[in-house]
Design a protein around this ligand. Sequence first.
Ligand code: NI
Length: 428
Amino acid sequence: MKILIRNVQTVVPSADAFAVQKCDILIDGDRIASLDGTGATGCDRMIDGSGKLAIPGLVNAHTHAYMTLLRNSADDQPFHKWLFDRVMPMEERLRPGDCYWSTLLGICEMLRTGTTTFLDMYMIPDDTARAVADSGIRAVISRGLQGQTADDEGGLRRIREAKHDIETYGGTAEGRLGFMLAPHAPYTCAPEYLRYVTETAAQLGVGIHTHLSESRGEVETIREKYGCTPVEMMEKAGLFSRKTAAAHCVHLTKNDMRILREWNVSVLTNPASNLKLGNGFAPVPELLEAGVNVALGTDGAASNNALNMFHEMNLLALIHKGTHMDAVSVSSLEAFTAATRGGARALDLPIGEIAVGKKADVVLLDLSCPQMNPQTNLLSSLVYSANGSEVDTVIVNGRVLLDRRALMTIDEERVRYENRKIFERIGC
Ligand code: NI
């Protein structure tokens, strides 16, 4: 399939990170073939880009799409009560098949707000992979793993399930589906188990996705148990020898930041989730200063409660200005970079930029929306005034998934119906 998007203002890479210029974007197969229309003969489709802004598809670098079903069902609770008394009991009632529908609901929301790739930590085998394959979105998915010893039966079963998914779905979905292993957190995985997970990841050739230093309680628990910080504990267990993407990293010491930089660990910051659960926020200015790659995520819908990357970019750019009392702390360009290039780096994928040779993941925003006018600084408007409702057309891997606001691959009415039915059974 060959698609030409004509005469469109486009966010392209530049010396200052990003700039806006008029382009004719040619998509050939799953890649961006040219930005000046070169080679645009025999196109299957022409899209008129006038009045639109083309941006690289946003990368939601940390979520649990299966939790979309739990949206608004565990709000205003302390972190431990939220997790152990509300979320986990509902998760235990989930059956095979349920998370397919819940994940699809999350995918509907992500596509409608310009996310074309997500990094997911999931619970139930098969469901997430099938939802990604069927919807056309791009994702790296990782089975959540927990284990107190290297031979913990539950922990081993989860690893077997992760292997099953990688063997079953690896290489499917036109290459849109990647895998990692996801040891859940330092407080749910003992060091011996982390060592075993690391060995398994090396055998499978995949990276690591984890939660790290999310709450003050976690830091205290790990210090009491192991006499070190959660980051130090994971380093000692050897986890960072695999390419690692670590969500949260809210409570860090200077030494923790040095370790993250040294091992090239990507920090996946989730401003809304950290604020909502009363955990604080990651020290993003200090991490950027230390040279750590920062990506941006929404976390699950039970702790956000939206999977909207425009909200996250806005929060990321505002929080640090307020708390540091410094109006230049985390610029709009830095927030946009975290939501695009930062995510691409964390996932090691050729996405996050509209450039020749990159995967054709392109989002068109409608510039007639009042909040995008006057069009004096479009890069700034993406972070400070856009809210996701401007998203008009979404292309992933060279395929149009949202066409003038209509989802092409998902029956949204069915998705809403199935989610309602499942929640009637599992809700508490
Ligand atoms: Ni999470």
